[in-house]
Design a protein. Structure first.
Length: 242
């Protein structure tokens, strides 16, 4: 019994010492960006994230997770600005690992993806088809299918919306904009050849291109006649002052 008490006391001392070595940092961005981060750092390394992390956009919680030595670690959750859980899974050394669960805006599980094996293990195609931006023809056979975003279209839209930075020129003029972005998903699943169709100016085109390019290698390539092929997308982005 005495050994158990000593062990528990030691754990409490170590935990208390660790918590006392951390401090909480809050960072707000300019009003046109509208984000706030709350995270922990060690007092001896105040520029390196270590501990719990939260990010807000338009005063809405959009990310919850944990950092270890400035790299994403452990369980993370990603929300849209409507407060819905869109994705959850684990990071290790800034890399997505294991099975992640992805949800639609209807709170329906739409994908399960094993990032260790680069394998889609569950996909609710009918739920995905409910999103208006998808084409009517959504092939579902092994011999022919369109390029599929890992996590689903709702997850992709959430990433774009959560990371959108309102252009300074557009903000100063107090204007909204609709930007139509075209891009190609190559046979390796990369986002390539990103451009704005019918440019609108005031920095909106550049920001739309930046957002889509940030998706990077996040696709399951399209398949035609059993072969991986390029797939062309057109994607609308809305910039709206609230």
């Amino acid at each position: 019994m005495r050994h158990i008490t000593l062990i528990l006391l030691l754990i409490l001392i170590l935990t208390s010492g660790y918590s006392q070595s951390l401090k909480t940092v809050k960072i707000k961005t300019p009003i046109r960006i509208r984000t706030k981060e709350i995270f922990q750092v060690k007092k001896e390394t105040p520029t390196i994230k270590n501990g719990s992390y939260k990010k807000y956009k338009n005063k809405k919680l959009i990310e919850v997770g944990f950092f270890k030595d400035n790299q994403k670690d452990s369980v993370w959750k990603i929300y849209n600005q409507g407060g819905q859980l869109i994705a959850t899974g684990q990071f290790l050394s800034d890399t997505m690992v294991g099975v992640w669960n992805y949800f639609s805006r209807n709170n329906v599980l739409v994908q399960k993806y094993d990032h260790d094996k680069d394998s889609l293990i569950y996909f609710d195609v009918d739920e995905e088809k409910k999103i208006d931006i998808l084409p009517n023809n959504y092939p579902g056979t092994a011999q022919e299918q369109m390029a599929i975003f890992i996590g689903g279209i709702t997850y992709m839209m959430t990433l774009l919306e959560n990371n959108m930075v309102y252009p300074e020129e557009g903000w100063s003029k107090s204007i909204d904009a609709n930007v139509l972005i075209s891009f190609v998903v190559d046979a390796n699943g990369n986002t390539t050849k990103v451009k704005s169709l019918k440019p609108v100016g005031d920095g909106f085109d550049e920001e739309g291109i930046r957002l889509v390019e940030s998706l990077g290698k996040a696709w399951i390539p399209a398949i035609q006649n059993g072969q991986k092929v390029k797939f062309h997308f057109k994607f609308p982005l809305k910039f709206k002052l609230r």
